[in-house]
Design a binder for this molecule. Structure first.
Ligand SMILES: Nc1ncnc2c1ncn2[C@@H]1O[C@H](COP(=O)(O)OP(=O)(O)O)[C@@H](O)[C@H]1O
Ligand SMILES: [Mg+2]
Length: 400
């Protein structure tokens, strides 16, 4: 196994020496930067496993450098410990706002510093969330089609796999297309008996029971499947209608166990789907660049606005963005009077051959252009999630 790499960013040569010595004794590989700006540059190039950052430095102070490292981050978040010379609450809040995970006041006790470093590294390695908060990220994202056949299921599956394999996030994919769920077919799963029917009809559903209903895919993601037949789909719809709390409980348990819970939805606007919209953190509205889709997107956006959702809760994902349809991205944005948030490229062969073999392209051909496009999307999602988690956390601190 490669040695764990720690980047020390500190302007004081004496402290540098002490830290380098202590860290090397513990078996860490150490890189040093003497000011904030070079710290940011080295963090971007060398991808250290942890950063020790002095708060007060020339050129760029530790807070600004921390913010810049966070802003440039794609995917995995490096743990950052700030070394400050003042133990005030304001100082701590400032550090957390900038995106630091921990703070140590100088002069520090080397044994304590080592213990905190180990704790942070262990948290990143164990949780898979590695975001400096304890526990999973608990983000709920739904994928909703502007119309059938735009690629919603394809994007939901492959984004889930990218989050799991590239970003190392614990990821659950729920087939919320009750009547015509495709996940069994797309992932070659056969008629597994456990499904969302069992989850919603179980009166004492808890995390352990739910885990037993999940199906593991070889790519690393877990699944909660759609009902095996249309009659069973009716049971789910009826339960949800009579007791929405049952669905809320399922989703709450999912958030507690997974970094990401993604839902592949049907086109219907019914009670079940409206509840999913409400519970979601983000609604990815999947579309292609054609007139009927644009018309539907406009209608959906109006519906979402009338439900009182914040504008950024709904995000537009333009699939097959480079396919020739006579309508380009700029035309689409002009017609909708808003920007397209994400684009996934068109690659007919890659998508179709993956579909018919039951192996998603993100799993069988992770380096194909289509997979790279979905990976970039997953990275953006993760970045937005971390930003949202952080701002939620610093708000909580300010209130306390
Ligand atoms: N980016 C893409 N490039 C090429 N073909 C795609 C792409 N995304 C989806 N497809 C194809 O479009 C068809 C419909 O996709 P699907 O995911 O089932 O859509 P939906 O769930 O919205 O009905 C499938 O044949 C799929 O392979
Ligand atoms: Mg579908």
């Amino acid at each position: 196994m490669a040695a764990t790499k720690i980047l020390v960013v500190d302007g004081d040569p004496n402290i540098q020496r002490v830290l380098v010595f202590a860290l090397k004794q513990e078996g860490y590989e150490v890189t040093v930067a003497s000011d904030g700006a070079s710290g940011v540059a080295i963090a971007g190039k060398e991808h250290p496993d942890l950063v020790l950052m002095d708060a007060a430095m020339p050129r760029l102070d530790g807070y600004a450098a921390t913010s810049q490292i966070r802003a440039a981050e794609k995917g995995r978040r490096v743990p950052i410990i700030l070394l400050s010379s003042e133990a005030s609450v304001q100082q701590r809040v400032k550090g957390l706002r900038a995106g630091a995970d921990d703070e140590i006041v100088k002069p520090f006790n080397p044994a304590e510093l080592m213990a905190r470093i180990k704790a942070l590294l262990a948290r990143g390695a164990a949780g898979g969330s590695g975001d400096g908060t304890s526990g999973p990220l608990g983000r709920l994202c739904v994928f909703y089609p502007a119309k059938g056949g735009v690629g919603t299921t394809t994007i939901a599956i492959n984004t889930a796999i990218a989050l799991s394999r590239v970003l190392k996030r614990r990821t659950l994919l729920i087939d919320a297309n009750l009547q015509f769920g495709d996940l069994r077919v797309f992932l070659d799963l056969g008629l597994d008996n456990s499904s969302i029917v069992n989850a919603i009809t179980e009166p004492d559903l808890d995390a352990d029971l739910l885990r037993e209903l999940l199906v593991k895919h070889e790519s690393g993601i877990e699944l909660l499947l759609a009902p095996p037949d249309p009659a069973a789909a009716d049971i789910v719809a009826e339960r949800q209608h009579n007791r929405p709390a049952a669905l809320t409980n399922i989703l709450k348990l999912c958030r507690q166990s997974f970094d990401y819970t993604l839902l592949d939805m049907s086109k219907a606007i019914d009670d079940f789907n409206l509840q999913l919209f409400d519970e979601a953190d983000v609604i990815f509205l999947v579309m292609t660049a054609d007139l009927s889709c644009l018309k539907n997107v406009r209608l959906v956006l109006e519906t979402m606005a009338s439900l009182g959702y914040q504008q950024d809760k709904v995000q537009l994902v333009l699939n097959r963005s480079n396919a020739y349809t006579g309508i380009n991205v700029a035309n689409a944005e002009e017609a909708l009077q808003r920007k397209v948030d994400y684009q996934v490229i068109n690659e007919y062969r890659g998508a179709i051959s993956a579909l018919n073999s039951g192996a998603p392209f993100m799993f069988s051909r992770p380096d194909s252009p289509l997979s790279k496009s979905v990976t970039a999307f997953a990275q953006e999602i993760d970045k937005a999630t971390l930003a949202a988690t952080r701002s939620g956390r610093s708000r909580a601190i300010t209130r306390a």
